[in-house]
Design a protein around this ligand. Sequence first.
Ligand code: GUN
Length: 285
Amino acid sequence: MAKLIDGKAVAAKVRADIAQEVQTLKKLGVTPGLAVVIVGDDPASRTYVNNKKKACAEVGIYSEEYALPATTKQSELMQLVETLNRKKEIDGILVQSPLPNGLNEEAVVEAINPEKDVDAFHPSNVGRIMIGKYHFLPCTPAGVIELLHSEEIEISGKNCVVVGRSNIVGKPMAMLLLHQNGTVTICHSKTKNLTELCKSADILVAVVGKPNFITADMVKPGAVVIDVGINRNPQGKLCGDVDFASVEKIASYLTPVPGGVGPMTIAMLLKNTVTAAKMHHGITE
Ligand code: GUN
């Protein structure tokens, strides 16, 4: 049976370290600040934003929420980003995705000052990740790496297969595994020999967005399986991209959903906000 990687516990440890760091910064007169922008009334986005604000409060990070109606115009949103770019108290800006139809998300992300882009979605930050000279790592992939480190799972030299190629998770995930000297393959919907490739993985990361997509026949016995999916099954229950019941029997490590990667994403956002505050105040330690 696979050992489950407890993302809640690892995230709690990361948050405790951040809380300490925030206390130290406050003694220097610096309070990290995060602005969270939500447009429209998507219930999942509302839950994520509430969780992000709560997590900030728990570690002593100052946060502001900007909740705009779905009828907001592109120019209004761009203006808000410009205001936040200039606002001294704000070190990090996060515009919750997805935006309502009709709004150009790409333009909004590109308007964010890259030094406040705590999601690391801005093309300049994406490029920095590519060359390994980054301010921030994207939250979910960074959280996965942290989970692997927490169990002292070796990445160097291992066959790492990422299933999914989204800009916000799949692609940067592959790059971070590469930075850790993994041998990385990215699979996607057009991949021909998916089962075979997945089965070659020592570390398999599922970022597919389809419930129970990765089944036991796609997993090498003893592999480490990281499930980034957050889906609802037909019964409405939260589930990942990995068929937990069958894969648990053959993997060496597995992340549960919920309670695996999910809690790490917010912990990494807090970390990026603290990094941004230090950068803005010229604090190098
Ligand atoms: N929507 C779902 N996940 C994320 C995230 O990590 N950042 C932002 N901005 N929006 C999201």
